[in-house]
Design a protein around this ligand. Sequence first.
Ligand SMILES: Nc1ncnc2c1ncn2[C@@H]1O[C@H](COP(=O)(O)OP(=O)(O)OP(=O)(O)O)[C@@H](O)[C@H]1O
Ligand SMILES: [Mg+2]
Length: 339
Amino acid sequence: MSEHTIRLGPFSPPLQSERTALEAEAQALGLAAGGGRAAAVSTQPGAALLQVQGVSIDYRTRERVVRATHRVGFDVHAGDRFVLLGASGCGKSTLLKSIAGFIAPSEGQILLNGHAVTRPGPDRVVVFQEFDQLPPWKTVRDNVMFPLLASRSVGRKEAAERAALYIDKVGLTKFADVHPHQLSGGMKQRVAIARALVMQPQVLLMDEPFAALDALTRRRMQEELLSLWDEFRFTLIFVTHSIEEALVVGNRIAILSPHPGRLRAEVNSHQFGLHSLGGTEFQATAQRIHRLLFDEPAAGAVPGSVQADAEALAPGRQGGVPLVNPQRPAGSLPFQISV
Ligand SMILES: Nc1ncnc2c1ncn2[C@@H]1O[C@H](COP(=O)(O)OP(=O)(O)OP(=O)(O)O)[C@@H](O)[C@H]1O
Ligand SMILES: [Mg+2]
C-alpha cells in the first residue's frame, strides 16, 4: 500500500493550466508524499478492522461550539457493509469525515488496523453525494486513473488497465472517453465509485451517494453496489437517512440519535436485501428502527423509553427478529435512550 495521501472530494472548474490545476488538485487531494499513516498503537489480535471509540466531534465557530457527535463507539469488521443511519444533522457526515481523517475527534479515537487515524490516507476513500465531485476537464478514464497516478501507486500502464477493469465493472466502458458533463447523475456516481474502488481501499466510505438520484436509478445503484460488493467484498461504511436504504445496503446498522448524534442501537440486517422490500419482516423491522430513531414508544412500552424496542430487537427473544449485533459483549449495548 502506498504511503501517499488521497482525498476524493468535490472539485471546482479549472482556472489554471491543466498542469498547474493537476498540481493544485493533487494538493487538494492531500497527495503530499509520506502522508496518510499515523502513529502505531498496540494492535490486539482479532481486533476489528476499524474501531471507533468514544468519539465526540465538535465544530468551533467564533460564537460557539457545536457538538456534532457524542461519545459514539462501534467496530467495523473486514467485509462489513456498515451503515450509519440517523436524522439530518445528527453528525453522520461529520463522523464519516473523521474516519476519513479530515476532522479530528475532540475526545475518543478512531483506529484502523490498530493505528490511530489522524489524517486522510489512500486506505480510506470517500464517495460523496454531489455529482460535481469529478473534475469536469478529465474524461471518465482519466478521472478513474487519476488517484492511482497521483499517489504513484502504480505506473501508467497498470493504472490504465485497472481503470478499464473498474470502468467495465460499473458498466461505463462505452463512455470511457467522454467528460462528466455528458453523463447522467447516476453515471457520474458510477464513475465516482469506480474511481474509489480502483484504489482498492481498506474502507470505502460513502456519504449518501444515491440521495440525489431519482427513485428508479437509486434502486438500480443499490443493486449495482451490492453486486460489486459480492464480487470484491470491500469494507463499506455507508451513510444514509433512509431506513429502507439502510436495510437494503447494510449488513449492520448503527442507529444514531438526533443532534448531537449518540449511538442508540446496533442492528444486524444481513438477512435483508432488495428481495425483501415490502415483505412483512422488512416492514416490521423498518418500523422498529423508526421508533429507535425517533424515540417513539412501542405498543406496551414505558412511555418515553425505547427499551421495549431494544428488547424486541434483542437476540433470542421469542418471536422477535435476532437483530442486535451479537458480537458486542453483554451489557454494552447502547440502549441508554430513556428520556
Ligand atoms: N462546518 C461546520 N461548522 C459548524 N457546524 C457544523 C459544520 N458542519 C456541520 N455542522 C453541524 O454539525 C452537526 C452535524 O452535521 P452533519 O453534516 O455531520 O450532519 P448529517 O447527519 O450528515 O446531516 P445530513 O443528513 O443533513 O447530511 C449539525 O448540527 C451541523 O449544523
Ligand atoms: Mg450529511
